[in-house]
Design a protein around this ligand. Structure first.
Ligand code: 5GP
Ligand code: MN
Length: 336
């Protein structure tokens, strides 16, 4: 993977660009993709954003989200666009397995591939150019840096600002995590000077759900959470029954894992959700417990040191028991 500076000259010719991101895109994945979409479209390139799967409806206010194509719904069209592209951008993921059924088409494409990502251990050999920086708050912040480094700060408009603000805000827990550097605040100040209405974005992202989601969260906290003080850990196990009962859709479970971290002393919060195709784990940690390593080692996953995810093909009960077995190895570490 070559340094991103070597890529910039390619922007001076009109290119056919595909932008993709990880499956079930979150605020950072969708925000960085659409932020880059608006920037590159403004430069005169022909750009399409392809998502490997569907996404949460609370992202549907984002400018140009209606132009994003869901690979699972429109495979032939996506494959054609990928085959025809000169440049493919891969945003907010470190390994091609994160793009699910889109992986074969992207792997076999012979065009220029560019990675912009902040996850640990990126698959560098899969990309021509790229930036990987685990110290960055979000891929949105990295797209902002990319635009500045390419000498195009003056091209940042309100659509770009709204998209990039969104992912930076969601990936920093509303500017709360330690990844929220002075540079993050300077970027946000730039967006506000431009006229960005940040409170509208917070409303769109957090105050736009149905009642059933709140009832679902209430039930999860009351009936689906176990706290293991001997491990400084809380674990939530969400059965399919709950997802059906409360009519839970993509994105409705986002952030649920964070509630458990508000209990004093909790160092590890874990949640497993019984999804259609797999059991999906989310891990959050405090005080140096490395959930990226943990998810890699035990649950075919990864992510960041303090926020990671994983998966299992086992039943909910089996994967939960597996978790309770392997966590025993970490008792001393979690107790210190
Ligand atoms: P979440 O728990 O919110 O789904 O994900 C937390 C972080 O871990 C995110 O940065 C996400 O991209 C990453 N992540 C989630 N699931 C997986 C996975 O299965 N594999 C890898 N490599 N990263 C994941
Ligand atoms: Mn991210």
């Amino acid at each position: 993977m070559q340094a991103i500076e070597a890529f910039f000259p390619l922007l001076s010719q009109p290119q056919k660009v595909v932008i993709t991101t990880h499956q079930k895109p979150d605020g950072d994945a969708m925000g960085s993709s659409l932020g880059l979409y608006h920037f590159l479209t403004g430069l005169g390139h022909s750009v399409t954003v392809i998502s490997p799967t569907n996404w949460a409806s609370f992202l549907n206010w984002m400018p140009a989200v209606d132009k994003v194509i869901d690979f699972e719904k429109e495979q032939p069209k996506c494959k054609e666009l990928i085959a025809d592209a000169n440049i493919i951008f891969c945003l907010d993921f470190n390994t091609l397995s994160r793009i699910k059924n889109l992986e074969p088409s992207i792997s076999s494409a012979s065009c220029v591939k560019v990675l912009i990502d902040h996850h640990q251990q990126p698959q560098e050999e899969a990309f021509t150019y790229g930036i990987s920086n685990t110290a960055k708050s979000s891929t949105c912040e990295m797209v902002y840096d990319f635009i500045i480094a390419s000498g195009n700060q003056d091209k940042i408009n309100l659509d770009i600002a709204a998209c990039l603000y969104t992912g930076t805000m969601t990936d920093t827990g509303s500017f709360r995590f330690s990844s929220t550097t002075a540079s993050v605040h300077r970027m946000v100040a730039f967006f506000l000077d431009l006229g960005l209405k940040h409170s509208v974005i917070h409303d769109n992202m957090f105050d736009n759900f149905l009642e059933n989601r709140l009832r679902f969260i209430g039930n999860a906290l009351l009936n689906r959470m176990e706290v293991f003080y001997e491990y400084n850990m809380a674990v939530m196990c969400i059965p399919k029954f709950d997802l059906k009962k409360y009519d839970i859709k993509t994105g409705d479970t986002e952030g649920l894992v964070n509630y458990m971290q508000s209990i004093t002393g909790i160092r590890l919060a874990a949640i497993v959700i019984d999804r259609e195709e797999e059991r999906k784990w989310s891990f959050r940690s405090k005080a140096n417990f490395d959930v990226n390593e943990f998810a890699r080692k035990h649950f075919e996953g990864g992510g960041h040191k303090m926020a990671a995810g994983g998966r299992s093909s086992d039943s909910l009960e089996k994967t939960y028991n597996h978790f309770l077995t392997v966590i025993k190895q970490y008792e001393t570490e979690l107790n210190n």
